[in-house]
Design a protein around this ligand. Structure first.
Ligand code: GDP
Ligand code: MG
Length: 163
């Protein structure tokens, strides 16, 4: 079985851009993944000879400004439940937000291995701005730039090595 990796994070952090990088495709492939719920955005990824399935989640938008966890779309919960690992995507330019902390709190209850990918960090591999993401308590934040293709291989190595 290929491992299933879910991309989770608040709106606009770059999850879909990362999805496209990881799958090198804009097309979700849905029909072949028996047993997985079919109304999300699935794609096939590969790093060397290691294959995986990646799930983009768009459903994290709260319908109100209160309680993202409460309002979190069922879809995202299902994606996390089905996943073997979660890439929690945050945005170095916006910094840590209350929503990020809410999502982190939720992910801790989900009992999955979680990797924090700090996106929009083009040219910032050594930036002190990365440090605040340690506060999430989910391991070393991994700087990436989905738009510019930086750090993606290293992120995927870290995730895939955990299996
Ligand atoms: P999503 O809502 O989390 O799926 O985010 P999107 O993938 O739709 O991206 C939101 C915005 O962030 C878009 O304008 C992207 O072009 C931009 N974006 C995504 N990744 C990067 C990145 O690595 N660097 C920069 N500077 N912008 C990015
Ligand atoms: Mg998206």
């Amino acid at each position: 079985m290929k491992p299933v990796i879910a991309l989770v994070g608040r709106p606009n952090v770059g999850k879909s851009t990362l999805f496209n990088r990881m799958t090198k495709s804009r097309d979700a492939i849905v029909a072949d993944f028996a047993g997985l719920t079919r109304d999300r955005h699935y794609g096939d990824g590969r790093l060397g000879d290691r294959e995986f399935i990646v799930v983009d989640t768009g459903g994290f938008e709260p319908t109100s400004t209160t309680g993202i966890v409460k309002e979190m779309a069922k879809q995202t919960r299902q994606a996390v439940a089905e996943a073997d690992a979660v890439i929690f995507v945050v945005d170095v330019r916006m910094g840590l937000s209350g929503q990020d902390h809410d999502i982190a709190r939720y992910l801790r209850t989900a009992n999955k291995r979680v990797f924090v990918a700090v996106n929009k960090a083009e040219g910032m591999a050594e930036s002190p701005l990365l440090a605040e993401f340690h506060e999430l308590g989910m391991g070393d934040p991994i700087p990436i730039s989905s738009a510019h293709g930086q750090g993606i291989r290293s992120l995927l190595d870290t995730v895939l090595d955990s299996f």
